[in-house]
Ligand binder design. Structure first.
Ligand code: 13P
Length: 345
């Protein structure tokens, strides 16, 4: 059952043995995803695809702690008239809602972005709580400068995004919702893993300083960070053991132990990388927080491809989603292996 208290919800979101399905793609992002399988992004198609995921009971009953929705989906009904949010809650997973209004150019440093959406937020949150959401998500994006440019991420960008994250987190808690605080340092770029460590530490320290200033109750919040990774274009790609060691070291320096759950984003890692890196952390380290997942692409790439817009592919969609959910659930326990992956395939 879904816990009543904010602390209970925040803890349950991180497992044990469970993690979050991020199905909160905005209208623009879901269109891009559907373009890759040549499917029109109509309201019905979006509903049909997401309904298939939410009806994958093997995943939702056993491996998924919560589902992040977009505004449209929180209000949508399944083909048989059941509210999608009731489908999710009925399976024991916690429904949540993306509340930011996207990342926009930061005045004075237009190559960087600040996330908008604070105006009128209290009223939106109150409605979302009534519609059945129990947690919120707000994503800030921080880039790392190319070619060794150390001016990005700038302090201006880190402070502006941290302030917005803290404001939304305090408002969410006021409205009986657990905030997922997501300051994402992007993996695009040619930087090495140590530069990612430095930028992530800088961003997280600013974030928690702001959360403290705004009186956010850490026990009733969840962090959704990037892993500490080599940039996509870096010629040297750090192996999983190094990613695990550096990610845990970076989090230990910057995230208070009062935070119950840390759920990583996948951020452009392949399905297998996202699973392997999470597993390496949980296999090798004891941490004060639960370390789990809140994956969008790394959970949905396979089921989306299996679907292809054809309702007859429902069983293949559910099989693909249940498999990735189970592999990542094992990774939260440090019990995943490449052999298990191969056996299931
Ligand atoms: P990815 O796992 O695809 O990065 O998405 C997670 C998410 O919700 C980003 O805000």
């Amino acid at each position: 059952m879904i816990p009543n208290s904010l602390d209970g919800v925040a803890e349950a979101m991180g497992g044990p043995g469970k993690g979050i399905l991020a199905a909160d793609e905005s209208s623009g992002t879901i269109r891009k995803r559907f373009d890759t399988i040549n499917v029109e992004s109509s309201e019905t198609n979006r509903r049909d695809y997401r309904e298939l995921l939410f009806r994958t009971t093997e995943a939702l009953n056993n491996h998924i702690s919560g589902v992040i929705l977009f505004d449209e989906t929180l209000r949508q009904r399944a083909a048989d008239g059941t509210a999608l949010v009731d489908l999710i809650a009925g399976s024991g997973a916690i429904p949540g809602i993306k509340i930011d209004k996207g990342a926009h150019p930061l005045a004075g440093s237009p190559s960087e972005k600040v996330t908008e959406g604070l105006d009128g937020l209290r009223d939106r949150l109150s409605e979302y709580r009534q519609l059945g959401a129990r947690f919120t998500k707000w994503r800030a994006v921080m880039d790392i400068g190319r070619g060794g440019d150390r001016s990005v991420p700038s302090r201006a960008c880190a402070v502006a995004n941290a302030h917005a994250l803290a404001r939304m987190a305090a408002l969410s808690q006021e409205q009986d919702l657990v905030p997922i605080v997501e300051p994402e340092v992007l993996m695009d770029g040619d930087h090495d893993i140590d530069r990612c460590f430095e930028a992530t530490e800088f961003t997280l320290r600013e974030t928690y300083a702001s959360l403290s200033e705004q009186g956010v109750v850490l026990e009733a919040s969840v962090l959704k960070p990037n892993m500490v990774l080599s940039g996509k274009l870096c010629p040297v790609q750090a192996p999983a053991e190094e990613v695990a060691e550096k990610t845990v070291a970076c989090l230990r320096r910057s995230v208070p132990a009062a935070v119950p759950s840390i759920v990583f984003l996948s951020g452009g890692q392949s399905d297998l990388e996202a699973t392997e890196n999470l597993n390496a952390m949980n296999a090798a380290f004891d941490t004060p927080w639960r370390l789990s997942f809140s994956y969008g692409r790394a959970l949905q790439a396979a089921p989306l491809k299996a679907w292809g817009g054809n309702p007859a592919n429902g069983p293949a969609v559910r099989a693909a989603f249940a498999h990735r959910a189970r592999m990542n659930a094992l990774a939260t326990l440090g019990q995943w292996s490449g052999e298990l992956e191969a056996q299931a395939a």
